[in-house]
Design a protein around this ligand. Sequence first.
Ligand SMILES: Cc1cc2nc3c(=O)[nH]c(=O)nc-3n(C[C@H](O)[C@H](O)[C@H](O)COP(=O)(O)OP(=O)(O)OC[C@H]3O[C@@H](n4cnc5c(N)ncnc54)[C@H](O)[C@@H]3O)c2cc1C
Length: 388
Amino acid sequence: MLVVGCGIGGLCTALGLARRGHRVRVFDQSDPFEHTGSGLVLSPNGIRALDRLAPEAGRRVREEAVPGPHTFNYVSHTGQVKVRIPPTDLVARWKAPMVAMRRSLLHRILLDALPKGALRIGSRFLLATETPDTVTATFADGTTAHGDLLVGADGVWSMARKHVGAKRRPRFLGISSMRGITPAPEHSYPGGFFSQGPGLQIFANPLRGGELYWAATLNATEYEWPQLHPEYARERLAALVRDWHAPIPDLVAHTPVDQLVVTDIHDMPTLPRWTTPRVALLGDAAHPMAPFLGQGANAAIEDAAVFCRLVEETLAHDDTPPGRRRAMRAYEAARVSRATRISRMSRRIGMAGQWENRAAIAARDTAMRLAFKYGGDGPDTWLYGYET
Ligand SMILES: Cc1cc2nc3c(=O)[nH]c(=O)nc-3n(C[C@H](O)[C@H](O)[C@H](O)COP(=O)(O)OP(=O)(O)OC[C@H]3O[C@@H](n4cnc5c(N)ncnc54)[C@H](O)[C@@H]3O)c2cc1C
C-alpha cells in the first residue's frame, strides 16, 4: 500500500493499514517537522477514530496533550463575556476528551508508532498510473513505487486530486490566519477564550508546560499575509489588536517569530469523486475546509479509520479488482456527506465570525447567545458522536 503525504491524515492511514498487516510505504516531499509548527485541538470524534487506528497513539495523546474540560469564554474584543461555557465531562459523554497540543507532539506520537523504514522523505509525488493489477506512483526525482492501492493524503494543494479527475482548485475565503505559541501570560481566561472583533477573531487554548496556543483569522486578500516577513506580520497584527482585551496584545507581541505560522484559508466545494479503482483521496486532499470548527485534522483521522476498516472488511472476502473497487466506493460513500456537512458548517460559522458590519455583529451575537441557551446539544451530537 502506498500513502502520499505524512501529514496527520497520511500517517493515521499508514498506522491503520500497518496494524491490519499491510506493508505500507509513506512518501513525503519534505520533513514532517518543517511544517508542523503551532498547535491544534483534537475532539472526541477524532480521538476515538485514532484509538481504532493506533490505540497506543490514542493513549499517548490522552496522556501528553492538555485535556479539557475547561470553562471556555466567548468574548467581545473589548473583553465583554458573551457566553461562558462551563466544563462538561466529555469523556463520560463521548468516551474521549477534547485536547489541545503542539502539532509537532502529535506528529512525534504518530511517527513513533510507524513501522521502521516505512517513511521516505524527499519524494515529491507527481502522478499515479493504474493498471488492472497495480498502481504506480511517479516522483519528481524520477523514482517510482508500485502498490495495490494508493492513498493521496497530500494536503490542500494535492497532486493526487488530479488523478481522480478533479478540475477544481481550492477557493480562497478572503481570510488569512496567523497562529502562534507563547509562554502563557497571566490572564482572566485560563481555560482559553474565543474573541471576536470586526473582521478579526482570536482563539486561545492552554498547552502543556505553561504555554498558550493562539490562532487569529482576519479578512485579507490572497497571498497578502503569508508573503510578509513573520516579524512584520506580527507587528501588523499587534497594531490591529492594540486595544483588545488582555492578554491579546501581549500574546501577539511576545510570540517568538519562529513560533508563528501564517497561511491563507481555503476550502473547496464537494468533489464529485474521491476515488478511482486504486487511488483514494483523504484529509485535506479530499476536503480542504475552513478551520473554524477545528475539524480538518479530526476529519482526516475519521477518513483514515473508515478507509482502513472498509479495506479490511471488503478485501477479507474479496481480494480481487472488483472487491477493491467496492472498498473504494464504500469509503467514498461513507465519507463524502459527512465531510461536506462539516466543511459547510465550518465555513458558515467562520464567515459570520468575520463580519465587519456592527448591526450584523449584534444580531449574530444575540443569535449565538440564544443558541447556547436554548440550542440543547448544538452540533455536538452529530459532530462528536460520529463513529467510524
Ligand atoms: C488556522 C488553522 C487552524 C486549524 N486548527 C485545527 C484544529 O484545531 N483541529 C483540527 O482538526 N484541524 C485544524 N486545522 C486543519 C488541519 O490543520 C488540517 O485539516 C490537517 O492538518 C490536514 O491534514 P492532512 O494530513 O490531510 O494534510 P497536511 O497536514 O497538509 O499534510 C499533507 C502532507 O503531504 C505532503 N505533500 C504535499 N504535496 C506533496 C507531493 N506532491 N508529494 C509528496 N508529499 C506531498 C506535505 O508535505 C504534507 O506533509 C486547522 C487549520 C488551520 C489553517
